[in-house]
Design a protein around this ligand. Structure first.
Ligand code: C2O
Ligand code: CU
Length: 462
């Protein structure tokens, strides 16, 4: 019950503006405020974080909580979130999954859609709760998301397309109690970051995680989902990790995939699925096997240990049972959106080819690049309003890149998503979208250390 009433706060906000921007600085879109149905307050602050009883550390959180408080609204409502920055550094919030039609100013990308919120200041975000589904919010300043500045953003469907008795949100993340910092995988055969074995140059990477968290808990003291036999449980899965792709499965239970980054799909029964940074899947689990069962997440291609939560039946004695997990893994080609994809079919007005790779750029070291260019010294992608645009991406590096486009849905295969994994070793992914939301929109790898070291572009149109 995190639904706030419709309280309106009258009076002045100490909002940040770009009034003092020098004339050659970029102009940001003008924020539009309306009449919100829901109102939330997030205070970005340093506080103690507990991922297990004996593991407190100093983190950066919203309202002292990690994951941050749930923001929830019903499809179509107007949501206002006042963000107060009491961190020692600047911050912003991005509403990952919101289309922000006409609200480019609320996208939370510092230097692109707004000036960053300075310590001691506030910014008021407001947006329409569109589309429905499982989304999340996070800081979009540098590597700060790789602290604890993230939380669930749940938009309830007016027509969910599925029936379920209860729901729970599972936020997957790395345990990284130290200051986020870019490391270089040296290729010297030892002590490297996440790209061990790749060889070659010093590619920027995430520091090694110290474990895997579900809802901010280490596996020794897991989060628990209480169920009753016969329940249909909707699980909202959010990968909030900076770098890790996870595979998820539940002992002795099947997952029926029902939504991809928000939009509904024809239900697909599987045993496991892979979820990359920024992606969300909703699955329905039928509680037909009383006991206390592990919900497992394994980091894919990483040496970090697995995470777990528990599915705990009311009748159970609480002893964890180990069971089998089958081998049917979700494939992108299994997904069929329920909404029509007509707008994305046919020949595009504009096709853009991208290669994703690590580049030897000299200078400060190597970078992650899109078509030979590293952001911010990269050309914006210019498109025209109304166009059907196709991006064809080829991944020339050995590792996955979870690519995310702000402010739009795209069709990939027969699914509608906003983030998609481009597989390593010449993996190819084609996405189609319609340019119907003018503004400056980030397009980037959601592996934060790739985003930060160049694998980012701006998509621009008026
Ligand atoms: Cu969650 Cu720019 O992204
Ligand atoms: Cu990447």
């Amino acid at each position: 019950g995190a639904i706030a009433g419709g309280t309106l706060i009258a009076g002045c906000f100490d909002t940040t503006t770009n009034d003092d921007a020098s004339p050659d600085e970029r102009e940001f879109p003008e924020p539009q405020y309306g009449d919100p149905d829901r109102e939330y307050h997030l205070r970005a602050t340093e506080s103690e974080v507990m991922v297990a009883t004996d593991e407190p550390y100093n983190g950066w959180t919203y309202n002292g909580e990690y994951p941050g408080p749930e923001i929830r609204a019903v499809e179509g409502e107007r949501v206002r979130v006042t963000v107060e920055n009491v961190l020692p550094e600047e911050t912003t919030i991005h509403w990952h999954g919101m289309l922000l039609n006409g609200d480019n100013a609320m996208d939370g990308v510092p230097g692109v859609t707004q000036a960053a919120i300075e310590p001691g200041e506030e910014f008021v975000y407001e947006f329409d709760a569109e589309p429905a589904g499982t989304h999340w919010y996070h800081s979009h300043v540098g590597l700060k998301l790789d602290r604890e500045l993230l939380g669930p953003l749940i938009i309830e469907e007016r027509d969910p397309h599925i029936e379920y008795d209860t729901e729970a949100t599972l936020i997957l993340d790395e345990y990284l109690p130290t200051e986020p910092r870019v490391e270089t995988s040296s290729g010297n055969g030892g002590g490297m970051g996440r790209m061990g074995g790749m060889g070659g140059g010093g590619f920027p990477d995430a520091p090694p995680a110290e474990g895997t968290l579900i809802n901010g808990r280490l596996p020794e003291e897991p989060a628990t989902i209480d169920v009753e036999e016969g329940d249909q449980i909707r699980l909202r899965l959010i990968n909030a990790a900076a770098a890790a792709t996870y595979e998820i499965g539940i002992d002795d239970h099947e997952l029926t995939v029902t939504h991809t980054d928000g939009p509904a799909v024809e239900p697909v029964p599987v045993d496991t699925l892979e979820i990359g940074p920024g992606e969300r899947y909703d699955v329905v689990v039928e509680a037909r096997s009383p006991g206390t069962w592990p919900i497992r997440i394994w980091p894919v291609d990483e040496s970090t240990s697995a995470g777990r939560a528990l599915l705990d039946y009311e009748q159970s004695d609480g002893n964890v049972t180990e069971g089998a997990i089958g081998s049917r893994q979700l494939q992108l080609t299994d997904l069929n959106a329920i909404d029509s994809l007509d707008a994305y079919s046919g020949e595009p007005d504009r096709t853009i080819d991208f290669t994703l790779s690590g580049g030897m750029m000299g200078g400060d070291g190597d970078e992650w690049i899109i078509d030979g260019q590293a952001y911010p010294d990269a050309d914006p992608i210019g498109i025209e309003e109304g166009e059907h645009v196709r991006f064809r991406m080829v991944n020339r590096s050995p590792i996955r890149h979870p690519m995310h486009l702000h402010g739009h849905h795209f069709a990939v295969g027969d699914a509608l998503k906003d983030t998609v994994i481009v597989p390593g070793h010449m993996g190819e992914i084609t996405i189609d979208f319609v340019a119907e939301n003018p503004g400056a929109w980030f397009f980037h790898c959601h592996h934060l250390y790739h985003m930060e070291t160049g694998m980012t572009r701006e998509v621009l149109y008026e």
